[in-house]
Design a protein. Structure first.
Length: 483
């Protein structure tokens, strides 16, 4: 990144309009704290599209500073919301919730991630960018915990926003898959500012187009982020609106789109999350939600079958089937596990510093094995060991174990008064993200996916607190799912 660009005053109207909108949204999140989460999720869904609009109507490529500033706009809303929660805590001389063991573990993990910015193994810019790309989104957990205490209907505010942004993203993804990408998005792909990149002589690279089929990315930065966001929206709609015809229409649309993204990691996540939801709701005797989760899983399998049929049935020349079954970077995943076991620099007690895996690669920082080559992991849990060390890994595993234990201990708690459904959703998402991140891919470095994970963990902390006296009258009438 050329730091001399800081002296450049942009004339791009999109940049200034987006910045003004973000500042207004941040002010709204601060003064209308109940709406902080919905406003934040709108920016999570829209920021990556806004950065591409920098390429509209101009002959010059935006500078790196302009480009990355657009990506930082959602953080302004998060910062304003966290600041409001902090100001309220100072005024009341107490935090808005009684902390439990999960809160302490998440706080310790956040503190350790922040301290890893001081790790001198890699350049400071790598560590700062790494903390920006994923570390700060741990704060979403505490934001949700704080919102829960002041707005018992926070989910009723959030789900319509997530659903609406998911529908827009879904429709635009289907448009891209059918008609291709507008010229400004092609300019973005060929700019060198995205990891997706363009191919040779103006053709799309294999990340987007392979075997003659395009993977849409819609309003997000990649097909993978699109698939994960829509999958999370599917789970929310299933729990919130699973008893309404409109809910199933939305579910069908979103599942058709997730299937078309050809993002196998999001497929694994959605399948696991629906499976965990079905299992846990059966254990909690929520038979209707368990049935809906099973039906949802079958609907998703049907959506994959539909696209397979549309693209030429199950033949060897079927581009959809070829792209869906290619092994891809399977060898790199095996390599990742081998290195984290055999190579001492991959499992240091204190790690190599946050951002030292993928951010270091993106910024062309040297690797730990070969000074001239950046060696990458393709497994998220390996990334945690590499970046945050054994200490960070143990904290992360303790968080997952505690969240799962809290869920299992309260599945049939009568004191929760109908909140088991959303609590089960939170546990299912946490377990599905952990499983996918540990086997299939690296995903917590992506903002939309990191936000999903920490928000789901916040749901677990808010619902399954383990203290009956804190539950009180927290009743969401539209979440009561009877067996």
């Amino acid at each position: 990144m050329d730091l001399s660009q800081f002296g450049h005053l942009s004339s791009n109207i999109v940049l200034w309009t987006s910045t003004l909108a973000a500042l207004c949204s941040a002010a709204f999140a601060y003064f209308r704290f109940r709406w902080a989460l919905p406003v934040f999720f709108i920016w999570i869904a829209g920021a990556d599209f806004l950065k591409r609009t920098l390429f509209l109507g101009g002959s010059s490529t935006p500078t790196e500073i302009e480009y990355y500033w657009m990506l930082a706009l959602p953080d302004l809303i998060l910062a304003a919301a966290v600041l409001r929660a902090g100001v309220d805590a100072l005024r009341n001389r107490s935090i808005p919730f009684r902390p439990g063991i999960l809160d302490y573990l998440v706080g310790a993990f956040f503190l350790w991630s922040a301290l890893e910015v001081l790790n001198p193994t890699f350049p400071l810019i790598v560590r700062l960018a790494g903390f920006k790309s994923s570390g700060i989104y741990v704060l979403v957990y505490f934001l949700l915990r704080a919102v829960q205490q002041v707005d018992k209907l926070w989910l009723s505010r959030l789900v319509p926003v997530v659903g609406a942004t998911a529908v827009v993203a879904s429709l635009y993804a289907l448009y891209q898959s059918q008609f291709g990408f507008p010229s400004f998005e092609l300019d973005w792909l060929e700019s060198g500012l995205t990891q997706l990149g363009g191919g040779v002589q103006g053709e799309l690279g294999v990340t987007i187009a392979w075997f003659g089929i395009v993977r849409p990315f819609s309003v997000f930065a990649s097909h993978e982020q699109l698939g994960w966001y829509l999958s999370f929206a599917i789970l929310l709609v299933l729990v919130q609106w699973g008893r309404r015809p409109l809910g199933w229409i939305l579910l069908a649309l979103l599942m058709i789109t997730v299937a078309r993204t050809l993002s196998r990691s999001s497929w694994v996540f959605l399948g696991l999350a629906l499976g965990f939801t079905a299992l846990l709701t059966m254990m909690a005797r929520k038979r209707m939600l368990a049935r809906n989760a099973v039906v949802g899983l079958l609907l998703f399998i049907g959506a994959i079958g539909m696209w397979t049929y549309i693209n030429g049935r199950a033949s060897a020349e079927n581009p959809y089937l070829q792209r869906a079954t290619v092994l891809g970077s399977y060898e790199w995943r095996i390599f990742s596990f081998q290195e984290v076991i055999a190579e001492p620099s991959w499992h240091r007690l204190l790690g190599n510093g946050i951002g030292s895996m993928w951010v270091a690669w993106k910024l062309k920082a040297p690797g730990t094995l070969n000074p001239d080559e950046r060696i990458l992991s393709h497994v998220g849990t390996v990334d945690i060991v590499y970046e945050l060390g054994i200490v960070g890994l143990l904290l992360f595993l303790a968080i997952i174990f505690t969240a799962a234990l809290m869920g299992f201990r309260h599945l049939r708690s009568s004191s929760l008064q109908g909140q088991q459904a959303i609590g089960i959703l939170g546990v299912s998402v946490v377990l599905a993200v952990f499983a996918s991140n540990s086997v299939v891919t690296t995903i917590l470095m992506f903002r939309p996916i990191a936000v999903i994970f920490w928000a789901a963990l916040g749901i677990v902390g808010a619902v399954f607190r383990g203290r009956v006296q804190e539950v009180g009258p927290l009743v969401l009438q539209d979440l009561q799912v009877r067996g």
